[in-house]
Design a protein. Structure first.
Length: 283
């Protein structure tokens, strides 16, 4: 499990009513994560001042050696930007540096060369790209772009990349997944959803009914849907309070209970990006 930090620096999330987290709360969340053997944080230049918030924590907690994943979203002076991230994070190196969006790579393919150089200089251990569409991955694989990891959305609804998982493993490319809760959509009451979600309301209702019938929480269904996939290396989750984090840690213990439900859940997959991409959602 990896702690997602978008809400450390932004008002992030479909159901986010609290806004950006305070430094004090971030400190408590990261303390709790460390005590529960969660040692990786996912950040990005594009997450407001998330890198600086994490850097402030690391500066005052030198005994906690968190692994850091961060992402570049700048194509001007990229090498300077990469070094800037290290300064914000108060570290001399990170574990992963990813290109935040395939579009940045398309506009400036040399970004990958800067990441390769950064890796050779010992400032990051692995490099990769955050992807949104399977066609982007196909391009990377076809052209043998030198990456160590990809980050993708993956959830009960979003299974678009799954057909590539075994090939990625053959090529020793790590799979990091995000959006397993789809920004809380699976928890939302059907009556609270607008017309934009009409085509999937029956699927959301089905997930909620499976939860009721099995006595397994929706959080456990979503998290263990990913955790039961042996190809997945890291699961990135966003949390907004200590109890939320502790709940997610607890539900991982329900991995085996969810196994018989994996196939019924897989049958609820959705391909419409207007549903899968929250930036298309109409409030």
């Amino acid at each position: 499990m990896v702690i997602g930090s978008a809400n450390f620096g932004l008002n992030y999330g479909f159901k986010n009513k609290k806004g950006k987290l305070s430094q004090e709360l971030v400190n408590k969340l990261l303390d709790c994560a460390w005590l529960n053997n969660i040692d990786t944080i996912d950040s990005a230049m594009g997450y407001g001042d998330s890198e600086s918030v994490i850097g402030s924590y690391l500066l005052n907690n030198a005994d906690k050696q968190f692994k850091i994943i961060t992402k570049i979203n700048k194509i001007d002076k990229p090498f300077d930007r990469l070094n800037e991230s290290l300064k914000f994070l108060n570290v001399s190196e990170v574990d992963y540096f990813l290109i935040h969006n395939f579009n940045y790579f398309e506009k400036s393919p040399e970004l990958i060369d800067h990441l390769v150089r950064f890796k050779k200089e010992g400032k990051c251990n692995k490099i990769g790209i955050s992807l949104y569409y399977p066609e982007e991955l196909e391009f990377l694989l076809k052209n043998k772009v030198p990456i160590d990891a990809i980050q993708i959305a993956y959830s009960i609804f979003d299974q678009r990349f799954e057909e590539y998982f075994s090939l990625l493993k053959e090529r020793n490319i790590e799979i990091h997944v995000r959006s397993i809760f789809l920004q809380g959509l699976f928890f939302t009451k059907i009556s609270d959803l607008g017309h934009h979600f009409d085509k999937v309301k029956h699927k959301i209702d089905k997930i909620q009914q499976i939860s009721l019938d099995s006595g397994i929480s929706i959080a456990s269904l979503c998290l263990n849907f990913a955790y039961n996939n042996a190809f997945i290396d890291k699961i990135i989750i966003g949390v907004d309070n200590i109890e939320n984090l502790k709940t997610n840690i607890r539900v991982l213990l329900g991995k085996e209970k969810v196994q018989p439900l994996i196939e019924p859940l897989k049958n609820l997959c959705e391909k419409d990006v207007n549903i899968l991409f929250p930036h298309f959602w109409k409030q």
